[in-house]
Design a protein around this ligand. Sequence first.
Ligand SMILES: Cc1ncc(COP(=O)(O)O)c(C=O)c1O
Length: 399
Amino acid sequence: MRYASITKRLAELGGEKWRLYSQARQMAEDGHDIIEMTIGEPDVPTPPELVSVASEAMAHGRTKYSNGNGEPEVLRALSNRYTKSAGRNISVDQILCFPGTQTALYATLMALTETGDEVLVGDPMYATYAGLISASGASMIPVPLLPDNGFQITAEDIAKKLTPQSRVILLNSPHNPTGAVLSNKQVKEIVELAVEHDLWIVSDEVYDEMLFEGVDFASPLGFLKGADRIVVVSSISKSHAAPGFRSGWSIGSKEFTKRLLPLAETMLFGNQPFIADMTAIALMKPSKVAADMRQRFEMRAKLIYARLNGFAGLKVSQPEAGMFVLIDVSSTGLSGEAYAFDLLLKTGVAVMPGSAFGVALDNWVRVALSVEDSLFDTACQRILDHALICGQASLKTKG
Ligand SMILES: Cc1ncc(COP(=O)(O)O)c(C=O)c1O
């Protein structure tokens, strides 16, 4: 049978990247002692008061068709929130609701790019970006993010990769998997570059409430210059520990939103009103669950650094935000992927191979910080013991 070329383009860019995660889940189901540090799942349930809002709304009949933009209450809540954070008016007709950041990104990139266009993105990057970019037929142009530079993306590095086909800069700050956060100055320079070269900026801000102590967040939405070329996407998945609700949005100019609406309607035919009700309530005040998570994750990031950095040659990153640390495992003599599978099979600790996040992390693994403290401590010890054994084996092979 004949299939459309999108199926070929995406064949290796979907669930394939999460092979280790699926294997770990299976092993856990089969009764093995597995410590899962793979995906970016919040470490607490969705706050019960928010679940109640959704279930009461369902019970009260908020289960009918909605509209393509989103329910008025949630649009108003988003308008208030972003007007405050951007320091300029973000009106309801600049916002569309989507089932999560992922879908908002998909629709946005479909609206802005097609075959022949280039999307510039930092490498490493979130695992689904390669698929999101190639879905429309566009090409991904990786901009290397270097550990010695704190994995920061700079306007200068982006400029080096520009061609006449460049269309979009896909930004992600706070960044997954590196935990890097762009400063106001860096964002300003990237906005200026976008204006100069007639580019879009799509800014994935799903971790904007996961900043560690003393770190400030800057969004391109805060810059009036170039406002018509900036799209922000986000959700309540991380900020309210509610990834299963699939509640996200895109924010752009009025013209962008008008153009995107028919695509959103074609894809979704509207969002779920009971989820909109819950999201509107969630957005009304600062998220307590996010504040607690970032405190725990920062503490665990410091702990794993203290326990592992420099031991057995391991190098541990120091994130500024988010849910992950990266470990350079070159000293074990294994690639990140071989190391992650070896670690899983020998110790039951499941971490993601860095290669799932771009070529730049071939010798790294990503560790999720969302495991409770005593298990986290056990995992650190298992990683250390395993690295010592790998290091000795590697020395013997070399010797
Ligand atoms: C950088 C980044 N963008 C988007 C997503 C997807 O978010 P959502 O659950 O809102 O679709 C994730 C999830 O881990 C992520 O890390």
